[in-house]
Design a binder for this molecule. Structure first.
Ligand code: AVI
Length: 329
């Protein structure tokens, strides 16, 4: 029997909630926008292109780590979790990172979670053809505000029983896009999922600025386009009149906070108008669009401990640029 993936959409982010948040951000003394605005269809394709850039080391470094230590990671997962295994993929995107683990982990159930439900639906439908016997569930949700999955998604198909544990897979260093208190909350919620989950998570590490900065300001200008695309989105969402040529992409490292910040900087003095609002920007004034926190293995381990994960193990590359943590307990 050819299986079919099941789908569930939970509280899709409403246009008005996004618009209200953007309106508030544009009025703030330091103007800011939610990084959620990056990921419209064009933004998602630009992000895929970023992951292929020579300067953007995280994707490549993490993939090499997974290829090199995958068997070791799988052994750690198998000894921590009872069979059958449920694999929950957070921010699944095109599902390729998790699919690379299928042969090693042999999950009985693959649960892909992503804010982009339509994208997920297409991907899972294709993936199911490659893995016809694997139970697959897609959940369209924005877990950045709260991570909790409905019991029916995780329940055993026949008995309805809750799984005895799940592996939560959160690759790509997306945890770095949360401020530390929010990252802590997300890790706590992850730990509570499925009555006690194990976590396999990718974390980007602090490194020299001559490596970090070009990763967020590449010579081809793809990251600049990714950043500027939010202004296009605002023009559509708020009826704003941003002229993209008036704005310049900027990536800076905030040493005190240990994070890359992305900003859009006004090239001249200008006024932007949108439905119900307007704002004057001074020359060089910025709109803050994203944070990408960089950790040390020690600081991230401490965060996992604070979230309640008692057992931890991690793997890093020779240059110490990236880490994959496995945490349980
Ligand atoms: C999705 N996230 C992990 C990326 C990062 O590196 O923080 C987003 C990104 N922003 C600019 N380049 C990539």
């Amino acid at each position: 029997m050819l299986r079919r993936p099941t789908f569930l959409q939970i509280d899709p982010p409403s246009r008005s909630a996004l618009a209200e948040e953007a309106d508030a951000g544009l009025r703030a003394p330091q103007a800011w926008l939610s990084p959620k605005l990056f990921y419209d269809p064009l933004g998602s394709r630009l992000f895929d292109a970023i992951t292929e850039l020579p300067e953007y080391y995280p994707t490549r470094t993490e993939a090499a780590l997974m290829a090199r230590h995958g068997a070791d990671m799988a052994a750690a997962v198998r000894s921590a979790l009872p069979e059958p295994l449920t694999l929950v993929d957070l921010g699944a995107g095109n599902c390729t990172k998790a699919a690379a683990l299928f042969d090693l982990l042999e999950p009985a159930h693959y649960v892909a979670v992503d804010i982009s439900a339509d994208y997920l639906r297409n991907t899972l439908t294709c993936l199911q053809r490659e893995y016809p016997d694997l139970r697959m569930s897609g959940v369209g949700m924005d877990f950045s505000a709260r991570l909790a999955l409905p019991a029916e998604v995780l329940a055993d198909e026949r008995t309805g029983a809750a799984p005895q544990g799940a592996l939560l897979f959160y690759p790509g260093s997306s945890i770095g896009n949360f401020d530390p208190p929010e990252a802590l909350r997300l890790l706590r919620e992850a730990r509570a999922l499925a009555g006690g989950a194990a976590l396999l998570i990718g974390v980007d590490l602090i490194k020299p600025l001559d490596v970090l900065l070009p990763a967020y300001d590449d010579t081809l200008g793809v990251t600049a386009a990714f950043n500027l695309n939010v202004l296009r989105r605002l023009n559509a969402l708020l009826g704003a009149d941003f002229h993209l040529a008036d704005w310049q992409h900027e990536a800076r490292f905030n040493t005190a906070a240990s994070r890359i910040e992305m900003h859009l900087r006004a090239r001249t003095e200008l006024t932007v108008r949108w439905q119900g609002g307007e704002r004057r920007f001074a020359p060089a004034e910025t709109i803050h669009t994203e944070n990408s926190y960089k950790w040390t293995t020690e600081s991230f381990s401490a965060l996992l401990t604070e979230a309640g994960f008692a057992q931890q193990k991690h793997w890093t590359d020779e240059r110490g640029w990236f880490a994959v943590f496995m945490a349980t307990g």
